[in-house]
Ligand binder design. Structure first.
Ligand SMILES: Nc1ncnc2c1ncn2[C@@H]1O[C@H](COP(=O)(O)OP(=O)(O)OP(=O)(O)O)[C@@H](O)[C@H]1O
Length: 320
């Protein structure tokens, strides 16, 4: 498949001045992105995750041309973003969950009109795209409302539409579901899924909500300290993170923590106990050993929580 986004040994170093006493300031450097290489094919929808300060926003800013890399090679649609930022702007869309690109005091539709002119979008294309977004993102009732009066979920849908009016081939989304309620999240996710399927828009998605990734992306890249730690299927993270499954056991009565070879008792609450064991092992031997030695009333199994897996993975690396 054709590589649409290409990074080869990309670096970004920031010069910072730190206070080193009352008057003295020391110069130092922050290596925000440190030899990053990956490619994303046209039409892929990829999750881009990592702990705070990992270098995600810095990567996105380099991909849009806002920041120039300190080293390495970077291309989006064959274009060097830092050199040809304006030409690239016509082909990419960006949504920052924490910030709006809309005009705060204007009705939504006036923001769209301004974008129509700013991006010099052909009239017909603008009308079609707007119609489509209004329908799919349910914006009909909101077009006359000033942006400052919109709820967060409504504003986010408004921002996503704004990023798509010029038909970008690639969409960067930074926390598009942050602070949204369950229904708004579902709407945004459905829309993105359809956009990717119908139009083949390439999507790079940064989020702290792993359900976004689970529901939208077959591939996930994990970054930490500016380096790529994992690139593959979300499910594969379980193996990397040495995840555990949990057997929840209801005993006949309150008992001291269960002691058994195959698992560790991680929590006790009245007659209920939680036993953790490696996700790679079957639960069957544990269940039979347990039933042979303890008065078991009921059992249930909890699959590893991807968030816990990733948290463990981050913790493991930051100690290096
Ligand atoms: N303009 C800047 N000047 C100096 N340091 C910066 C600048 N921008 C980012 N950094 C530093 O670079 C590192 C990576 O930051 P970045 O914002 O890319 O992380 P992030 O993964 O997007 O984090 P978050 O999830 O918190 O948004 C951090 O240590 C940050 O403090």
């Amino acid at each position: 498949m054709e590589a649409f986004i290409e990074l080869d040994g990309v670096e970004k170093v920031f010069d910072v001045r730190r206070r080193a006493g009352l008057l003295r300031r020391e110069k130092s450097q922050v290596r925000a992105v440190d030899g990053l290489s990956f490619t994303v094919a046209r039409g892929e929808m990829v999750g881009y995750i990592g702990p705070n300060g990992a270098g995600k926003s810095t990567t996105i800013k380099m991909l849009t041309g806002i920041l120039t890399p300190s080293g390495g090679r970077l291309r989006v649609a064959g274009i060097d973003p830092a050199r040809e930022r304006t030409r690239l702007a016509r082909r990419i869309g960006v949504v920052f969950g924490q910030r709006t690109t809309l005009w705060w005091d204007l009705p939504l539709k006036d923001s769209y009109r301004l974008m129509h002119r700013m991006y010099r979008i052909p009239d017909q294309r603008f009308r079609e795209n707007l119609e489509r977004c209004v329908e799919l993102l349910d914006l009909g009732e909101l077009l006359e409302v000033p942006v400052r009066q919109l709820s967060l979920g409504q504003r986010m849908r408004g921002d996503i539409a704004a990023a798509l009016l010029h038909d970008p081939e690639v969409l960067y989304l930074d926390e598009p579901t942050i602070g949204l309620d369950v229904i708004s999240k579902a709407k945004v996710r459905d829309f993105l899924r359809d956009l990717n399927a119908d139009r083949g828009t390439t999507v790079l998605l940064t989020t702290h909500d792993l359900t976004d990734i689970e529901q939208l992306c077959r591939r996930v890249m994990v970054i930490d300290h500016g380096r790529l730690m994992y690139d593959g299927a979300l499910a594969g993270l379980h193996e990397v993170g040495e995840s555990e499954r949990t057997l929840i056991v209801d005993l006949e009565r309150e008992l001291p923590p269960v002691v058994i070879d195959l698992a560790r008792t991680v929590r006790v609450e009245g007659p209920r106990q939680w036993l953790a064991f490696p996700a790679s092992q079957s639960a069957a031997p544990l269940v039979s050993a347990l039933a042979a030695r303890y008065p078991v009333m009921d059992l249930s199994l909890r699959e590893p929580d991807i968030e816990a897996v990733i948290a463990k993975m981050y913790a493991g690396r930051s100690g290096q």
